[in-house]
Design a protein around this ligand. Structure first.
Ligand SMILES: CC(C)(COP(=O)(O)OP(=O)(O)OC[C@H]1O[C@@H](n2cnc3c(N)ncnc32)[C@H](O)[C@@H]1OP(=O)(O)O)[C@@H](O)C(=O)NCCC(=O)NCCS
Length: 136
C-alpha cells in the first residue's frame, strides 16, 4: 500500500488519535526499523528497536471489521517482529477502544501501564492510554 492509500484508510478508521497524513506515513516508512504489514482490507505498521517492537497503528476497513482481519494483522505483526529479533512488543490503545482492546488481549497482550490524558480528542476530555505488552 502506498502512503496515500494508508492515509485514506486511516482516515476512515480514526478520530482519536487523529488520522495520520500521507506525508507522515511516508516519513515513517522511510525511517529505520519501520515495517508494514499490508493485507487487502487493512494494514499494521510496526517499528523495531533492538529487542523491542512497537505496533504503531493498525486499521481494518470499516466494511471488513469483525471478520478476523485485525487478528491476522496482529499475528503477522508479532511474527515479523519476532523474526526481526524482538522479544517484547508494545502498543498504546485508548481506554475506550473496546474492539481493539479485546483484539489485543485475545492475541496475548497484557496491560502493563496507563498514561492519563494521553490521547487528545477534537472535542471532549483527553483519553487515558493503556500500554499493552506481549512477550515471547
Ligand atoms: C481494532 C480493529 C483493528 C480490529 O480489527 P477487526 O478486523 O475488526 O478485528 P477481528 O475481526 O480480527 O476481531 C478480533 C477480536 O477482537 C474483538 N472485537 C473485534 N471487533 C469488536 C467489537 N466491535 N467489539 C468488541 N470486540 C471486538 C473480538 O474479541 C474478536 O475476537 P472474536 O472474533 O474471537 O470474538 C478494527 O476494529 C479497526 O480498524 N478499528 C479502527 C482503528 C483502531 O481502533 N485501531 C486500533 C488502534 S489501537
Amino acid at each position: 500500500m502506498r502512503p496515500e492509500a494508508l492515509a485514506e484508510l486511516h482516515a476512515l478508521c480514526f478520530t482519536t488519535p487523529r488520522p495520520w497524513r500521507a506525508d507522515e506515513f511516508s516519513g515513517l516508512l522511510e525511517a529505520r526499523g519501520t515495517f508494514l504489514i499490508s493485507h487487502t482490507n487493512g494494514f499494521a505498521l510496526g517499528r523495531i528497536a533492538g529487542p523491542e517492537a512497537e505496533l504503531l497503528t493498525i486499521a481494518v476497513h470499516p466494511d471488513a471489521q469483525n471478520a478476523g482481519h485485525g487478528r491476522r494483522l496482529v499475528d503477522d505483526f508479532l511474527c515479523k517482529a519476532t523474526t526481526l529479533g524482538a522479544v517484547d512488543m508494545f502498543l498504546e490503545v485508548a481506554e475506550n477502544n473496546a474492539a481493539a482492546i479485546a483484539l489485543y488481549l485475545k492475541a496475548g497482550f497484557v496491560e502493563v501501564a496507563k498514561r492519563k490524558e494521553y490521547f487528545k480528542q477534537i472535542s471532549g476530555p483527553s483519553l487515558t492510554a493503556l500500554i499493552l505488552k506481549y512477550s515471547i
